[in-house]
Write a protein that binds this ligand. Sequence first.
Ligand code: MLC
Ligand code: AMP
Length: 495
Amino acid sequence: MSSLLQRLALHPVGTDLGVLEETESDHGAGTYGAVGARSRSLAAQLRGVRTSLAGARIAFLAPPSRGYVDTLLGILLAGGTAVPLSPLHTSAELAHVIRVAQPEVLITTNALADKLEPVREGLPVVVLDRPRKTVFAHDAEPNDAAPAIMLFTSGTTGKPKGVVLSHAGVAATLGALEEAWQWKRTDRLLHVLPLHHTHGVVVALLGAFWAGAEVRFATFDPKTVFERLAHSTVMMMVPPMVAKLVEALEAAEPAQRASMTAALRSMRLFTCGSAALPASLHARFAAATGHAILERYGMTEIGMALSNPYVGERAPGLVGTELPHVAIDLCDEAGKVLPRGEPGELRVRSPQMFTGYFGDSAATAAAFDAEGRFQTGDVGVRDERGYVRLLGRASSDILKSGGYKISALEIEEVLRAHPDVGEVAVIGTPDETWGDIVTACIVVRAGREAPTLEALKEFAAKELAPYKLPRALRVLSELPRNAMGKVQKQALRAP
Ligand code: MLC
Ligand code: AMP
């Protein structure tokens, strides 16, 4: 059995509860034992659908819930590769993931079954809340090298690619974070992140399970968060969440504010990552709550790489130093390691490293340099203590908005089909709260009128998840191009 499964299966059966849904408070059905039993029953059923699941991808669409957790763990126990799908995604996006991942089976809930129907392509669908035939089977024995999870993240080349993480890779991430952040079985995680990206799935959810801690899901909104924090010890955020919590605190009347901050007394750790947390926001959060946020840096492909210390200075605007067993060089374009203080690209070696982009060995090979280091495309600089400050990304085609990585090219491809759009370039306009604001720069098609932002959004919403839609529109007479005809995005981004 892989070290990941051994660790997840270790928790005593009666350990209080794996997972609570937003509306639930009954603990009985949520012990690790109960989650384990339901996962094993699902795993057995999956092996009834297809005898050998070793290496098979199993895609699943479920809201943050026990059903999600049972399914994720069930797939891992059955020896399959879990491919989480997002309820935020359109049919076109789900179809893309299914086309790339080539799953053998789909799993969903009654409520979401209709969403999968148009994209299921004749694949068998297991519906979680319908009665199932129990099939007896032994646990499969995935080893450490076996693929565990496939997560989709945008490449510079357009549509998202499937990042494959092995059991060993995931276990390395969870082990490093347990050590660095002092995860304990007594922790209670308030989980507010989406469950189709590494932050929500690996760092937060599996991070808690690795420690045998409790997880409570909630939809992110400040009111709910302050209510739930009173029962929590750990919360993980992306920068816009920090901004919204700070705004809510600063806007509250003194008495109300006192009760909001009193709710934070049980908290031992707030972390933030996935996008840059402005130093000013770090300071405002600390002033309003007394908590210094621990900012860390990672990437789907490499896992978690840099972190501010749990004990020691959590420096605003910096992402800290290497997590255990991670090695990072700051390099020039040729891969030469630069002296401390000079900005360079972060290149990474890590036991957490992904095993490849599924079905795309050329992209996998291109992601590593001649020394075998993963090229992140992120540029940073180290201070005298070794803490890294991130300065931006090498590519203008990769945006980070709301903590989501977004491919400008994927949005351009969709907008180009709008009848009023002649040419289009999508850029990120810097914003304190959102990181990048997705901005469509268009040249109107000859003989047509300029579309409104709303019209473009409505058009694009048929193909793209809400978080990828343009939030700003600039209508230009032409796009700046170089002699080769390539659009100069840096020129468009200049104020
Ligand atoms: C929302 N709004 C935005 C926006 N999203 N404005 C600009 N840019 C955006 N991206 C604004 C709009 O005004 C919108 O109104 C209003 O907010 C409410 O929209 P919403 O859709 O209800 O927002 P909300 O659901 O609250 O979403 C915010 C969020 C979400 C922070 C909860 O973005 C989120 O969950 N982000 C997490 C992403 C994540 O997990 N990334 C991890 C990747 S892994 P209107 O009128 O426009 O609708 C990774 C590796 C690592 O990166 O290191 O972790
Ligand atoms: P993803 O492809 O969704 O895994 O996103 C990974 C990217 O998120 C990294 O390459 C960085 O650009 C960005 N990122 C993650 N954490 C931070 C952080 N703390 N500060 C700035 N950028 C970050």
